[in-house]
Design a protein around this ligand. Structure first.
Ligand code: IVH
Length: 690
């Protein structure tokens, strides 16, 4: 390619690539496929390789990773990087007092119109000065002490959102100031990767406590290859040194101009009038705070007109025309007094840090979840440690990490849940267990454990188990809370006298419940086994166990090997059944239920004497059938020997579709699977065999 042609094409490609990168990274509206971008990029690389004299610092190919540094060069800021006054009164009065101060300084009276403000977010990252000369990024520096910062150009050039060349701006000097930050989702993903590296044996890796620390660490990383892997973003919010450019008259106009040059400017900003407008903005962004993809610690108000800013001027190192108005902090430091273990409704054991109370996220927090044992060890949280606690919105407060520098000499042992509990549930003393590949330890007490009582009773009473009519969740809450029942067998000792102790329990409902309980006593072995709520024993497994063993005593006494002989029972299920019946109190519950009069067909009513026209056939149900409920249809298919599956695959034999059937119907059509309506299903069920 002749020199002239190459030069023209290179310029064209750079312009195009920059435009597309801006659409992709800043506007979030990509307009060409990635592959096409890559092709253009490669074409530019090829031209630059053939014509090295065409290479320029602002070429998109030059976001290359530089060499490892010994340290950062100091940079003297031409215009000092100031900070702003912080209004710590997080109530709306903070905004009102700022407006009052501005009006006083400007000598405005009550009859003067409201002052116009540009309101924006206070990003929680670190301030950076970007120096563009003739539109090209030549230097990026940290704030440092405001007078002198550090030259972090190499690392900042790897942030794809920051243009290497400004669009339509060729001022001799244009310094843009803004905040480098890390989005929360990217922070979480990065920490996850870090954890994997650490788990894989990487020595020099660490996780970060919050996005701000991670962003600051990345910007000041001496190895740009590492900095480039940290997902950073940027928002512009102001100016530094400017030569040869007419600055817009308002701050909002300035932000618009910066956005038009291709710089990322946050869309959550507004031009508002007077204190009222500031208060409304503060409230609106406060409500939106948890939904934002990045952390903010407040909002910033700036007098919009530059002329007024100049009249207001500065006090010491802070402008009189701007203020940061905070929100309650979502993170605080505090000390771990103890680590408790809570038992959830499903038997899950959760370590919880007991804290020196701290005010965080708008409330006083004295407990924070540590999620599970692995998390606790990974963060190495110990009794006596100083930790960072986070509470955002309605989310349960959590311990984010330990401040190792503050670890006392007499800190507790590394956390060991099993040792701590001596292998026993803190509520019911049943054995605790953690299955392979699972993160959670669990109490094996099941229906015996008071913490799991309500859940266990509801499970037992549900339609597909004992089918106790009239016993729903509200009533279970009442019965348990009033101390009327503690164990499943006690359900059958309820009488009218006891039930009348309950508030809001009419006689009619009491009679209905007693009838429901009576009616549930004749059941089947498989429903009974399912109703016990043994972990991993769903309805199908319960049926397989019932069929295989034919009696509850044989199930209770079966060895692991014998359990493994059952159709579809693998080691996890077998172990779970064994653990359950190894707890003497679970066997007792079974005995007491038998004594209460529960009985069943030991061969389960699904015995081989019944015709099984659908044996070996798999069905999928979708949509609403005209008369049969989902459960009815399932019961009938299973009674006829068929299986009901939740998703359509090549192995599905029939899809039964009703009104408003969705994607399962489409999938069935796609795979050419036989479709049935309710009538078709009923016909099949009545047929001698499929
Ligand atoms: S304006 C002269 N606007 O908050 C005014 N600062 O002390 C200079 N910050 O560390 C700052 N969001 O990095 C401004 N929208 C925003 C901001 C913001 C975050 C940071 C800034 C500085 C501190 C202000």
């Amino acid at each position: 390619m002749p020199e002239k042609e190459a030069s023209r094409r290179a310029a064209e490609l750079r312009e195009r690539l920059q435009r597309e990168a801006h659409r992709y990274y800043v506007l979030d509206e990509p307009q060409i496929p990635d592959a096409e971008y890559d092709l253009l990029f490669q074409e530019l690389q090829a031209i630059e390789a053939a014509h090295p004299e065409l290479l320029s610092a602002d070429s998109p190919t030059q976001r290359v990773i530089g060499k490892v540094l010994d340290g950062f060069k100091a940079v003297r800021h031409t215009v000092p990087m100031l900070s702003i006054r912080t209004e710590t009164d997080t109530e709306s009065s903070g905004a009102v007092s700022f407006d009052a101060r501005v009006r006083r300084e400007l000598a405005l009276t009550e009859t003067d119109p409201p002052v116009e403000y540009a309101a924006e977010l206070k990003f929680d990252g670190l301030a950076i000065n970007l120096r563009y000369e003739l539109g090209v990024l030549v230097q990026a520096a940290t704030r440092g002490d405001g007078e002198k910062g550090e030259d972090v150009t190499q690392n900042i050039r790897t942030i794809v959102q920051i243009p290497l060349r400004l669009q339509g701006a060729d001022a001799q000097v244009l310094e843009v100031r803004g905040e480098v930050y890390m989005r929360r989702d990217q922070f979480d993903a990065m920490n996850e990767r870090q954890r994997e590296l650490i788990a894989g044996g990487a020595k020099n890796e660490k996780t970060f406590v919050n996005p701000r620390n991670a962003a600051a660490g990345a910007v000041r990383q001496l190895d740009p290859a590492i900095a480039a892997k940290r997902p950073l973003s940027f928002f512009a919010y102001g100016l530094g040194d400017v030569q040869g450019w007419e600055i817009p008259e308002t701050h909002s106009g300035l932000l618009d101009a910066l956005a038009a040059m291709g710089l990322p400017v946050c869309v959550d900003r507004a031009v508002v009038q007077g204190a009222e407008g500031l208060v409304a903005f503060h409230a609106a962004m406060g409500a939106k705070r948890d939904a934002l993809p990045f952390d903010i610690d407040g909002v910033v108000y700036k007098v919009n007109a530059r002329a007024l800013q100049q009249r207001l001027g500065f006090v010491t190192r802070e402008p009189r025309w701007a203020v940061a108005h905070k929100y309650p902090a979502q993170e605080q430091m505090t000390v771990v007094r103890d680590i408790d273990i809570q038992v959830g409704r499903t038997g899950k054991l959760t370590p919880v840090a007991k804290l020196e109370p701290v005010f965080v996220g708008g409330t006083t927090v004295s407990n924070a979840t540590l999620h599970n044992e692995d998390e606790t060890r990974r963060k190495d949280v110990r009794v006596g440690d100083t930790v960072i606690v986070r509470r955002a919105g309605d989310v349960i407060p959590e311990v984010v990490g330990v401040v190792l520098e503050r670890r006392p000499a007499n800190v507790g042992e590394p956390f060991d849940l099993y040792k701590r509990l001596n292998g026993q549930c803190p509520i019911c003393a049943s054995a605790i267990a953690r299955e392979e590949g699972e993160v959670d330890w669990r109490c094996s007490g099941g229906l015996y454990c008071p913490a799991q009582r309500k859940q266990a009773i509801l499970h037992f009473a549900q339609r597909r188990a004992l089918d106790i009519e009239g016993l729903g969740d509200k009533l279970v809450d009442q019965l348990v809370d009033a101390g009327l029942i503690r164990t499943l067998p006690e359900l059958y000792t309820l009488g009218l006298a006891k039930l009348s102790e309950l508030d809001r329990m009419g006689e009619k409902s009491a009679v209905n419940l007693l009838a429901g309980l009576e009616g549930s006593k004749r059941t089947t072995l498989s429903r009974f086994i399912y109703g016990l709520g043994i972990r991993h024993v769903g309805e199908t497994t319960a049926k397989d166990l019932a069929k295989h063993f034919g009696g509850i005593d044989r199930v209770m006494n079966a060895s692991l090997e014998q359990l493994l002989e059952v159709n579809d029972v693998g080691p996890i299920v077998a172990q779970s059944v064994r653990t359950f019946f190894d707890q003497p109190h679970n066997r007792e519950v079974v005995e007491q239920l038998r004594a209460a009069g529960l009985g069943w067909d030991e061969n389960d009513g699904t015995a081989d004497t019944m015709p099984k026209p659908l044996l070996g056939k798999t069905f999928v149900l979708t949509g609403t059938l005209p008369t049969l409920s989902r459960d009815d249809a399932k019961d009938r298919i299973e009674a006829a020997g068929g299986k009901v599956s939740g998703s359509v695959s090549k192995k599905t034999h029939f899809v039964v579709a009703g009104a408003e059937a969705g994607s399962k119907l489409d999938k069935a059509r796609e795979l050419g699977i036989t479709l049935l309506d309710e009538e078709g299903l009923l016909a099949l069920l009545a047929a001698p065999a499929v």
